[in-house]
Structures are given as C-alpha cells and as structure tokens.
Design a protein around this ligand. Sequence first.
Ligand SMILES: [Zn+2]
Length: 99
Amino acid sequence: MKKCKNCGREMLKYEDFANKDLASEYCNICVKKDGKLRTYSDFRNIMVVHLLTKEGKELAEKLGFAPASTQDEAEKLADWVMKTMAENVPEINQKKDQA
Ligand SMILES: [Zn+2]
C-alpha cells in the first residue's frame, strides 16, 4: 500500500493518486491541477470550507467534535486538526515554514 508523502493519506485507488498517476508520491488532494503541491494555507482553507459543509459537520460529529457552524469555529477546528496532523506528519511543519 502506498501513502501520500505529503499528508500520509493511504492511496488505495488510482483516483487517489495525483493526476491518477500510480507512480505519483502524492495524493490527488495534495497536488493541484498544474502538478504543484498545495501549501499549508491551501490545506487550511480547504479544511475550513469542508468543515462548514453538511458532510464535514457529520464527520466532526462522528469523531466527537462540536460541529463548526461559523467561519470562526471552523477555523479554530481546522487549526487544531492541522496542528495535530503536523505532530504526526513532520513534513507539514516544514511546509508551514515555507508558507
Ligand atoms: Zn496527500
């Protein structure tokens, strides 16, 4: 099994790979259409938006978080998730320094 070198997500299907390229080291979320890796702030923005969707709220609830209902709450939750991810995936900290 292959994991994304950027976020650590397991890539199970070819759609999970960047540009559906099985040789890619990164997942389809981490890489933009132009082939460049997303930055820390891109991730944070995506997460904030996602947390405010119905799907994001359901997931938060499932995981035992209070679902975010405002932009501010979503940003706080996103910061927490990013911080926790950074502790588990050291590469993210490096990206944060670059961003
Ligand atoms: Zn990834």
